[in-house]
Design a protein around this ligand. Structure first.
Ligand code: ADP
Ligand code: G6P
Length: 453
């Protein structure tokens, strides 16, 4: 059997113990642990001026995985990554058409980087390899590889939501993207809703085979995450946090600082809790860890300023000289420490306005103490919601609903928490990073057999 070749824009640095926040790299790294040998190709995370021609990939082998990465020029980084991927496709796929800022030059830069990736990757490929392309940065990559004569099986997985045709058609180059995507043998998305939307769009552009679009939800490695949580729980960081709480309950949120995560709405929900349920004053702390993400993109800068203001306003209005209602960190926390924080927290607060999956919700469940688990408050618009239906599901736009759910979570009896958690835990253990990769790749292999039959 050949190698698995993963292609994604973001590639983790194998020498860096603390990886940047982001579900794609974390989910894939968990999934790759069970693969015999693999190549992971993508952006190095660095920028370098072009010296003419395509960049040479840097190769770095760690255990069973060889990482092959290339830098982007500053112009490519701006046009392909900041503008087209994160200023156009990201808002569109998260149903935020009003935030989409389309420019034709950025589309061309996006296509050029995809073609460059294909040219640099092709000489690294071997005949038996199976190629698996990830996420919205690389919609056209499969077609670019096919144009260079690559005949290996190529699958694609989208980690973020896919909107319905009525929205996607607002993108001026929608038809080009949908036509290029048809070069993939199998296309995976997180939920049935995304699968229906993608299929509808591809069908408008002439595709007739719905079996090539599949819903295949990603998961985590719950066993190793649970172990991390137990270990970190006894460590110095969790001890410091616990001591600072003086036996009062903790609500935790952990998200990249991104407008899709509903952070502003979440803070307003917490403010409603303090207004409507004053018994919690001085008796609850909300810790939000929100590492800065895509800080060069205008919308992200604006959001950061807005959150600073909202948090400052809420703390200013409700704080006492010995109590701060919201603690807010914008730097990343090592994932293991975060696991310990989840275990300590009485409530996990995960309220994206839209999210492909949301691994944080699954991590919160996996980190709990089975004898005394916390409660999960989850947006019904997260991709994880259909699986985690035993969470306290809320509409993230409704501050009162968030406040009621928080109050319920903070006052829920241990028995009820346990009952809900047992059901959530079954789901988190059923669909893991490993089963996700295995199921998707099985469909990709099957598509090859059907083709050659
Ligand atoms: P997204 O992929 O949109 O960032 P997910 O919830 O699917 O959202 O994945 C986020 C990943 O990043 C999770 O594995 C989570 O543990 C990690 N993460 C989130 N917040 C932090 C943080 N503050 N520090 C370090 N890692 C974080
Ligand atoms: C989401 C996307 C990933 C991306 C991650 C972090 O999880 O689906 O493709 O890698 O966010 O964003 P960044 O722009 O830092 O790679």
């Amino acid at each position: 059997m050949g190698r698995l070749v993963i292609v994604s824009n973001r590639v983790p640095d194998p020498r860096e113990r603390n990886q940047p926040a982001g579900g794609l790299a974390i989910g894939l790294a968990d999934a790759l642990r069970t693969e015999p040998s693999s190549l992971w190709f993508g952006w190095s995370g660095h920028q370098a001026e072009s010296r003419g021609g395509d960049p040479a990939p840097s190769l770095d082998t760690h255990g069973k995985v060889t990482y092959a990465t290339v830098p982007l020029t500053p112009a490519q980084h701006r046009g392909y990554y900041q503008k087209f991927s994160n200023g156009i496709l990201w808002p569109l796929c998260h149903y935020r058409l009003g935030l989409m800022d389309y420019g034709r030059a950025d589309w061309h830069q996006y296509l050029d980087v995809n073609r460059m990736f294909a040219r640099v990757l092709k000489p690294l490929l071997k005949p038996g390899d199976v190629i698996w392309v990830h996420d919205y940065h690389l919609f056209p990559l499969g077609q670019a590889l096919r144009e260079l004569g690559v005949t290996n099986p190529i699958g694609f997985f989208l980690h973020i939501p896919f909107p319905p045709w009525s929205l996607f058609r607002a993108l001026p180059c929608a038809a080009d993207i949908l036509r290029d995507m048809q070069a993939y043998d199998v296309m995976g998305v997180q939920t049935e809703e995304d699968a229906q939307n993608l299929w509808e769009c591809l069908h408008v552009e002439g595709m007739n085979d719905p079996s090539r679009v599949v819903a295949c939800p990603i998961g985590i490695d719950p066993v190793s995450f649970g172990e991390d949580a137990r270990e970190a729980f006894g460590g110095p960081e969790v001890r410091r946090l616990r001591e600072s709480l003086h036996d009062e309950p903790l609500i935790i949120g952990a998200d990249r600082l991104d407008y899709s995560k509903g952070l502003e709405e979440r803070f307003l929900g917490y403010e409603r809790l303090l207004i409507r349920y004053p018994e919690h004053h001085r008796h609850v702390t909300y810790l939000q860890v929100a590492p800065v993400s895509r800080g060069e993109v205008e919308e992200y800068r604006l959001l950061r300023r807005q959150l600073d203001e909202t948090i400052g306003r809420i703390n200013g209005a409700f704080a006492e000289y010995d109590w701060t209602p919201i603690r807010y960190l914008t730097r990343p926390v090592p994932r293991q420490t975060l696991a310990g924080f989840y275990r300590l927290a009485d409530v996990g607060l995960v309220t994206p306005l839209r999210d492909g999956m949301n691994l944080v919700a699954k991590e919160y469940v996996a980190a709990q103490d089975p004898e005394d688990p916390g409660a999960l408050v989850l947006s019904h618009l997260a991709g994880a919601a259909p699986e985690l239906s035993e969470a306290l599901l809320v509409n993230p736009h409704d501050a009162d609903e968030i406040a009621d759910a928080l109050h319920l979570a903070l006052t829920m009896k241990r028995e009820d928490r346990k009952k809900r958690w047992d059901a959530l835990n079954v789901e988190v253990r059923n669909t893991t990073a490993g089963t996700w990769a295995r199921d998707f790749l099985a469909m990709l292999y099957k598509s090859q057999k059907t083709e050659s039959a």
